[in-house]
Design a protein around this ligand. Sequence first.
Ligand SMILES: Nc1ncnc2c1ncn2[C@@H]1O[C@H](COP(=O)(O)OP(=O)(O)O)[C@@H](O)[C@H]1O
Ligand SMILES: [Mg+2]
Length: 261
Amino acid sequence: MDHLIAGRTADVRISGLGKTYDGGVAAMADVDLTIASGEFVAVVGASGCGKSTLLRILAGFERPTAGSVEVGGTPVTGPGPDRGVVFQDYGLFPWLSVRENVAYGPSRKKLPKGEITAVTDKFIAAVGLTRFAAKYPSQLSGGMQQRVAIARVLANDPSLLLMDEPFGALDALTRTDLQTELRRIHVETRTTVVFVTHSIEEAVYLADRVVVMTGGASHGVPGHVQAVVPVELADRDVTSPAFNEVKRQIAALVHTVPTPA
Ligand SMILES: Nc1ncnc2c1ncn2[C@@H]1O[C@H](COP(=O)(O)OP(=O)(O)O)[C@@H](O)[C@H]1O
Ligand SMILES: [Mg+2]
């Protein structure tokens, strides 16, 4: 591959993290988690257990009401270009072409023009969209739009990639393609990834470790980390007995009934 894309990478330290929204119910409490530089961590759990809350705090979109987060040794106090965020809805600028969407971040950094073009082309190639660079988002399928969203975030050279159910709106086949692509991109960039998903299979396929969250306001227990499961598989063959054993183990943890404090 001629577009090797070694990127930046940072570790993440989450300690005593909690969030109580106005109105009083604790959405999340007592989350402690250390993520190594270059690690791919997936977060799974039922709706309402605080996955998005955790991700938004890491992104700096939301302030915690307890505890702290450090990314690359720096406390998170707000959004920053060191953290790239990808959501389920692609969030592209509809009036810009694929190339212009991906060039947006590098252009704002006022890099030399040649460098902007090089970075933009590299990441468009990395997500397999070179032939579509002049198209507009409305001319692309959902899967292709999400590829653009990933390229746009990577072009900012983040040290932490935060993804909240990024493939949740895609059909099963497109989703599998994007998972394969993301795994390959992660191997190349070694950017640290925190990836929220409903799909246990997706989590086991992608992650070095799977964080299982349970609880949530509707359970009368704040969302919290139930378990952290390392994925120690020689390969990620989703049909293998070993893969399915890890899936079963995580499914059992996801369905653990939290006991009210
Ligand atoms: N802005 C908000 N204001 C009040 N409550 C919220 C807000 N965002 C999320 N919550 C509540 O916090 C809990 C966790 O939500 P969320 O982090 O979105 O869970 P998940 O992503 O795991 O489905 C839920 O009970 C939800 O209703
Ligand atoms: Mg969510």
